[in-house]
Structures are given as C-alpha cells and as structure tokens.
Ligand binder design. Structure first.
Ligand code: PHE
Length: 451
C-alpha cells in the first residue's frame, strides 16, 4: 500500500513522533525504489509538487488542522521535515546520476551526501519495485541506458550536481580514484569566486609584427598601404614589369605556375606571384601620380626549404612616383627607414644591381648590426656578415620608363623609385632567428618569445 498522509486527530508529541517516523520510512522506501529518471520525476512530484504533493498535504492535514494550542509544536516538526524531504529528492537524483557515471559498476557502497540516512542493513541491497527497470544501484546493467541524458533538470538540482559531476567525469577520464563522497566534498571546496584559469591570448606573429613596424615607418613618411592578389597573371607579375616573354630575368624568380593554362594567351596565364611588384602596376593603373604606397604581402617561389629559404615568404614593396623624384630621394628614404628599423647608428650602402623594372637598380646593404660594421666580433670574424661588415637587405631602383608605358603614365613628366624587401629576412636580423622555417612551423615555444 503506498503511503498516504494520515488525517491527524491526536496532536500529542507521541502521536506526532509516530506520524513523522511513518512518513520518513515511506520517503526512504520510495527513494530506494527509484531506478530511472522517470521514476525519479514521479517520486519528486509525489513528494514536493506544490499542488497536492505530500509535503503540501502535511501542511494542510497536519498544520492547518491542528488546534491553536498545538500549532507551534506541529509547525516545528513540519519545518524540520521540509529539508529532509528536499534532501531525499535531491539525494536520490545524485544516486541515480552516480550510477550513470559509474557505468555498470556497483555503487551500492557509495553514499551520496544528500541521500537520507538509511538503516544499515538495507544499505547494501536495495529492493527495486519493478524487476524490468534496470537499477543503477544494483549495477547489473548499463544505467546510462536507463537514464538518458536528462534534458530538463530542475535548475536547483543542476547546480548541486554539476560540480561533483564534473569532478566525477574528470576522475573517469583521467583514471583517478575518486568516490562520490570525495567528489561532493571537492565540489564544496571549490571557491567559485576565485579568478579562473586564463586562456593564453594570441599575439602578432613575428613576421606580421615586423611587417607592421615597417609599414609604420612608411606611414609616417606619408605612404599609404595597397594590397594585391596572390594569384597573379603573367602580365602583372612579369610583362608589365618589363620582363619580356622568354627574357632570362624571368629565370631568377623560380615561379610556381598554375597548371592547365596553355590554351590562354601568355599574359593571362595564372601563377603564384613571385614578388609584390605587381601591386605597383595595379596601383598605377588606378591612381594618377603622385603615388606613394607600400604593398605588403605573401609571395611564392619554387625554392627548396633551408635555413634561409622558404617557398612562401613575405615582401614589402614601396613605390613613389611624382615630378622630379631622384635617386637622392630613394637613398634618403631608405637610409631613414633602415635607421628607424635597426637603430640610428646603422649605415646604408647602395650597390649596383639589375631588375628589369628599375633603371638604375641597386641592392641596399646595411652596416652589420652584430659587429657594428667592423667585420670582427669578440676577436673572431663576424659570422653574420661573413666578416664584410655589410649585410644585404633589399632591392631598389628608379622606375624604368618602359613600365610607365604599361600604365599610361608619361615618362617625360614623372619619375619615381621602387624598392622591395623580404620581411622574414628583416625579422631574422632584428630578432636573431637562425632558421627561417621557425616562422612557419607554428611552434608556440618559438612564437611566445615575441609576445
Ligand atoms: N621585386 C624585386 C624582387 O622580388 C625587388 C624589388 C622591388 C627590386 C622593387 C626593385 C624594386 O626581387
């Protein structure tokens, strides 16, 4: 016979004691019979539903019915019962949950903090009302099947259980021995007001950082920034930069071509840009002089990997076109930029070179930042500049008049200079990195040195 709340007529202390004992015994028995999520829901509603739950009935049938003189006494007992009933409901849930956590393992031993005390002879073997309900307590089947992940947990239970549950899951995952009791006390020991574990936040990659620094130097000189596509046509990467078809200068840029382009005219064939110089052409096509731009970006060459070569790297291109721009402007600009990047004591040297799109052309060297241009360091020949005192850093020159022909500028009216530099090369020097591959391996131990 299921328990029903008796209508009290005798409100003496002894009669109240009996009634309370009977109620708690019923609570205990029904709690022990809960074997599934659905059982538990029914159990919860039967005992603590506002409308007609057993606890509500106690209020009506015991407290409200009590004569005025006994109200105080009855009230006290009802108040004492309230946390017991709630604990039994929550504790039963915790027991179910622990069954689910210990898939298939017996948890009969484990006492859950919120479970109401049980006579000791019952604690090992719990009767289940319906034999076909798998019991997590008996541990004789996979309770996870009987107890699907609960979608609608009452929030107060969620809070009580979430932390111990997290501890139990952690223990399962890491193979730590942890009883449910310990999980509950660990959860109680967690001070949720402590600051959490901070996730490391990202930082600029050293290549991007160097690029931005260099861009900053030129921004301060009044340059703006332009970008262009990494997949280019032969026209922009070569032809408009005064590399005629079959010109041997093309061979100096080990180009990666997109396959299957043979049916197209040469100028339309696609390739991975080998330098950022095509952005000069794109900029001049859409802007009338004066022009002052820097063009940062990724470039590709069919180079084998080694400590100083990578098939992907970055360049910053510069272009200034106006009336009366001379080689002096080029020298002054680059000398200033190198001093801004490497320190004011750095000297620059311009060395004759060749690029099809500049005439005259030069390679720029800076005085070695490791040996201060002496070629000797700590009594030994400087390894960084091969004892020459100079380090080659970038290419530059006055824009070849032929290039203006491709972009509709009048070479009789305008002149200008261009330069291009490898960003990794600058970063290697600036930060003393000894292998270009480190920039692309994504090793956090390397990268976090640049925070
Ligand atoms: N584009 C050239 C290279 O990649 C560098 C350069 C740029 C030289 C601009 C002169 C002027 O080698």
């Amino acid at each position: 016979m299921p328990y029903t709340v008796p209508q009290l007529t005798d409100f003496s202390a002894a009669a109240l004691d009996d009634a309370v004992r009977e109620l708690l015994a019923a609570l205990e028995q029904e709690s022990a019979a809960v074997g599934s999520e659905n059982d538990w829901k029914a159990f919860r509603d039967r005992w603590i539903a506002r409308k007609n739950g057993i606890f509500t009935q106690i209020n009506d049938l015991w407290l409200k019915a009590a004569p005025a003189a006994k109200k105080r006494n009855v009230g006290q007992r009802v108040n004492e019962l309230k946390p017991k009933v709630e604990q039994a409901v929550n504790g039963t849930y915790a027991r179910l949950l622990s069954g689910a956590l210990f898939k298939g393992r017996s948890v009969g031993r484990a006492k859950v903090q919120d479970t109401p005390p049980r006579p000791s002879d019952e604690s090992e073997s719990v009767q289940v009302t319906s034999p076909d309900v798998p019991s997590p307590v008996r541990g004789d089947s996979d309770p996870a099947e009987a107890l699907p992940i609960v979608e609608e947990k009452p929030p107060e239970i969620n809070q009580r259980i979430a932390l111990p549950k997290a501890f139990m899951e952690w223990a399962e995952r890491t193979g730590q021995p942890l009883t449910i009791d310990e999980a509950f006390s660990k959860a109680e020991a967690v001070d949720i007001t402590l600051p959490g574990i901070r996730r490391p936040i990202g930082a600029e990659h050293p290549v991007i950082k160097t690029m931005n620094e260099m861009i900053g130097v030129f921004r301060n000189l009044g340059y703006s920034v332009e970008e262009g596509p990494e997949i280019e046509t032969d026209f922009y990467n070569f032809e408009a930069l005064n590399f005629p078809p079959n010109h041997p200068a093309r061979d100096t840029q080990d180009t990666l071509f997109i396959a299957g382009q043979e049916s197209k005219p040469l100028r339309d064939r696609l390739l991975l840009r080998t330098h950022t110089s095509p952005v000069q052409i794109r900029t001049m096509q859409k802007t009338k002089p004066p022009v002052r731009v820097v063009c940062p970006g990724k470039v590709h060459r069919n180079d084998a990997l080694d400590a100083t070569h990578s098939p992907i790297f970055h360049q910053i291109e510069g272009l200034a076109v106006d009336t009366n721009i001379t080689f002096c402007d080029l020298k002054g600009t680059l000398d200033h930029a190198m001093k801004a990047m490497f320190g004011s004591s750095v000297k620059t040297r311009f060395y004759p070179s060749f690029f099809p799109f500049t005439e005259p052309s030069a390679d720029v060297q800076i005085s070695c930042i490791f040996c201060d241009g002496k070629g000797v360091r700590d009594g030994a020949p400087c390894r960084n500049c091969k004892a020459s005192g100079w380090i080659e850093l970038l290419g530059c020159g006055m824009v070849d008049p032929n290039v203006y022909g491709f972009v509709d500028y009048d070479p009789a009216k305008v002149s200008g200079f261009a330069f291009g530099m490898g960003v990794e090369r600058i970063a290697i020097l600036k930060y003393g990195v000894d292998d270009i591959q480190l920039f692309f391996q994504g090793d956090v131990r390397f990268l976090e040195q640049f925070l």
